[in-house]
Each structure stands twice: as structure tokens, then as C-alpha cells.
Design a protein around this ligand. Sequence first.
Ligand code: GTP
Length: 582
Amino acid sequence: MPRKRPFSAKQKKKQLQVNRERKRGLTDELNLGQNSRSGGIEKPLDENMDTSDGESLSHMVRKVNQQPRPYGGRNYDPNRYRLHFFRETREELEHRKKIAQERILQLVQSLKWKWTLITYTMLDFPKRPVWDYHMSKEQVLEREEKSFQEYLNRIYCQYEPTQLSYFEHNLETWRQLWRVMEMSDILLLITDVRYPVLHFPPALYSFIRTDMKKSLILVLNKIDLAPPALVVAWKHYFHSIFPELQIVCFTSFPRSKSGDQNPEGVFRKRQKRRPSHWAAAVGSTQLLKACETIVAGRVNLTCWQEKIDKDAAASSHQDAGGSDEDNEDETISMEHFDDASEELGMPCQELYKEGVLTLGCVGFPNVGKSSLVNGLVGRKVVSTSRTPGHTKYFQTYFLTPSVRLCDCPGLIFPSLVNRHLQILAGIYPVSQIQEPYTTVGYLAERIPIQKILKLKHPKENEGSADPHWCAWDICEAWAEKRGYKTAKAARNDVYRAANSLLRLATDGRLCLCMQPPEYGKCKGRKTEASDVTAPSLWSRGSTGANPSQHRAQGRKQSRAGCQPTAGHTQTHPHTKHTLGPI
Ligand SMILES: Nc1nc2c(ncn2[C@@H]2O[C@H](COP(=O)(O)OP(=O)(O)OP(=O)(O)O)[C@@H](O)[C@H]2O)c(=O)[nH]1
């Protein structure tokens, strides 16, 4: 009789999980025959695809980030809204791992790190097919499914799967976007200022402007993570391409005067944010001004201005040592819509219905849409997370009686963007990456992370004077430094180390920022104080709570223009690594 092999609890758990997934895959497959809501591709394009674990209905689509909590009645599918991505083959993953272990890394010159919108061939995105009130709900849904399937077939006929970046394959999530676009008067396209061209789909802009005849405001969000000069440079870049576009700079977490100035900050644990922190968001006034310009008096926005003034006063009261009331438990009047397909919105709705301005926050996952809603409200009304794809269904909230905010789930638009960049931009959940090493290599070729993290080469003791680094070495050295060990053999846990490095990058603690094409050349350009609020010097209030500091920063920026200077690297510790001689 063969000897029984030991079977750990972890393995058992995994086995049960796989069985469950297999069953679910079967159910999905059955459902798909009647109603392909999952948005998967029905026939595998490549017969050689990895099908070993039998996880999903279509072996080409990887489903990640399951629904966090159960909602709805008996027929509710908790995984209906999870992210669906194209799945890679095992051979492909093994090949990339080998590259990470062998390829010697070389720093990319900053001149090669310039990005334009053209650099990214953003493809068209799935749109809602035309419908009218004579059609039944089932007919509308069926038409949407057919159109979405055709869209996927078209795109996979045009491009090889490896050419395409990860993008959303779940029709339900696209339906949420369609609904939000229909119900909103102005769309706020939220982008992370570190990767704005990555988060700006020109196809979406032109659809909103030309087809829907609505306005769009571009929000350069998370400005606390980039040097002010870079924020200004991006603002000017977008203005030069889209002169009519309103652009607003925003941060939900302005940098405090003392905060994160220490280069060792990268090693520190993330601090838990106080509930009152939301009131410190910077950019509300700029957003209000942009809305006023577009609305042109058709909606009364005075309440919004009053709210901003009130929040700024409360914030400065807290600065002066006032009480920090915890509003977390207050009743929150958010409206959830967990089935966008149930809501057949008007295809061409009237603007500013009943004197209410609806602002729809749309964009890629993890760019800070929910945080922006919280920042505008001044307290937590929607849940946020550093895991992309956290918001699953759109939610609305009345900021004032005449301004309604709508938070849409994040969507990855199809593009030909390099997948490493997508991961670093926080678009793809780090915990779900099957092969993180090459992305660490991509990062290390743009930021000298070995130096920043003071890593010791794993082969240093083997006598090599100046050992070359490959991505695997970096992960191994980081595992050694952090003490990440595998459970069984107590070897360095390289996979965990790679994930940890990628998290540091997505959180902005290892800060990589894209640069616009003219960045570094426009020395003479004057920076207006209104261009960007300097988060490092002005930590509280969004309405001029500290105007003298604001003016001082404006002067400082004017002197610096758009040139990355030593001054900037001092005020912004991450900049040194981002804009230095790389
Ligand atoms: N530094 C910094 N981090 C931010 C800012 N806004 C959001 N974040 C962080 O970015 C992560 C994502 O924020 P969310 O507000 O959940 O992003 P989202 O766009 O709603 O994400 P999805 O639910 O995936 O669509 C969280 O870890 C936030 O703490 C900001 O202004 N500055």
C-alpha cells in the first residue's frame, strides 16, 4: 500500500476552495447558455490555454476580487460584480519568471520616461446599444449582452490577447458606468496625477462631449503624491490638448507640514486616518468653480460654497486644538443601486432635473473616486480601500440639496498599455498578480529601489565586487531584510517580497510618476497659485484657510517653473527618486 502523504490544513482548505470554484464554474457555464451576464468570452480563442484548475467558465477570463458581503435576495449572485480579466497561460508566466531571474536591470533615462496621450492607443470602449420604451426589459438586456459580446469578439479579432492590457470583461460593471453617465449632468473623470494619461480614455471624453453632449471635468487626484511642478505640468499638458476641458487638482489626504518628510517614511507602517481627516481634502473650491462655469447659473450652488466655508472653519478649529468629533457612526443617507440593469434610465435625459446638479465620479479603479466623494462631503460616506475594484455598484449622496454626488465602480478601459504600468498604477489587485517579479524589475529600472531600501545583494558574500541586480535579487534581498520566510522550508519568501514592493509603489511610498513630454524644458513658465494647491505646505482646509502660505508656495513654484529642481526634491522626499538622474 502506498504511504499516505501528509496533507496540511492549508492544502485541505485550498482543495475545498478549488472544488467550490469548480462547482461555481459549472453553474456559471450553465447560466451562460441562457444568459451570459458574466460578460465572459464563450469560446476560448486558444486551445492551449491553461485549464488545469477548472476555476472559471471561460478559461481565458480570470475572475478576481470577490464581492465583500452578501447583498440582495435568494437569486443574488455574490460574485456578479467581481472583476473579470483575461487569463495568462502557465507557460507565459514561467517564461516571465525566468526573465526576472536572469535579466540584468538597467536604469531608464528620464528622457525616455515621457508620456503623451498618443503613447497610449486607447481603444474604443463598450457602449450601451440604443433602446426605446417600446422594448421590454428582457429585450434591452439581451441587446446589451449581444452588443457586448460583439464588442469583445471585435477587439480580440483586431488584437492579440498579449497586446491588450488587462481590461474589464464584466458586462455588469459596464452597465453601472452607462447608468452613471446617463444620470449625471457633469462627469468627473478622476485620474491619479502620477499616471494621468493612463487614466484618461480619449474615447470616453469624446463620447461624453460629442454623443452625450455633456460636460466633463478632469480631476488630477492624489496631488499629495507628486511634486507641485509636475502637477502643474500635467495641467498645462491637458489644457494644450483639450482647451475646453476644465481641470481640477485634488487630494483627499494633503501632506502635513511634518508628515512623510523623512526619507525613511517608506519603511513606516501606514497610519490609520482619523475620521475628521476627510474634512482636510484640498480642491473642493476649484471643483465648485469649474461646476459654476459649466452650470452658468442654471443651478443654485450657494449651499455648496457655504458648506465649503463651514468645513474650512471646522477644520481650522480642529487645528487650533478643538475637539475631533468622530462622525463615523452618523446615519449615512447613501443610496445604493445594486442592479444597474434594473434601472432603465432615459437615453437622453434633461440636464439639471428639478434644479439638482448630478456629478458622476467615473474613472479607473483605485484612482480615489470614493475618497473624493468623502473628501467633498467632509466625512466618510462611502467605503474606500487600497484594493482596486472595491466599489461594486454605484451609490449616490446629496452633498447639498442641489448637488448630488454619484460614485461609480472603477472600470479598466481597454488599451494597449504595458501591463507592468497598469499594476504599478494600482489598477490590478496586487494580491492577484500571478507573476509579480517582472513588474518589480520594471519599477527598479525607473527608481533605484535597491538604494532607497538599502538592500544587500544576495550574492554579496559570494565575493562578487559589484554584483549586478536582476528583479529576483531585489525581491530576495527585500525578503531577507523584512524577514519574509516560507512556512515550510523557511526560505526567503520572494513572492511575498515582490507583492510588498508593488504595494509600496501603488501606495505612493515608492513613488514613480509619469512625466508630460515638455517636462523639464518649460523653465520660463509661470505657475499660478491657483494652478495647484501645495499640499506639502498647506495642510488644512480647501478654501484659503491659510492664504499667506498659499501665496508663498505660489511664489516658490513660480521661481521653479516646471523644472524639477533640488528645491523640489527637498520639499518632496519621493521626488528625489522620481525625478532624479534616472
Ligand atoms: N495619497 C493619497 N491617497 C489617496 C487619495 N485618494 C485616495 N487615496 C487612496 O487610494 C486608494 C483607493 O481609494 P478609493 O477612494 O477606494 O478609490 P476608488 O477609485 O473609489 O477605487 P475603486 O473602488 O476600485 O473604484 C485608497 O488606499 C485611498 O486611501 C489621495 O488624495 N491621496
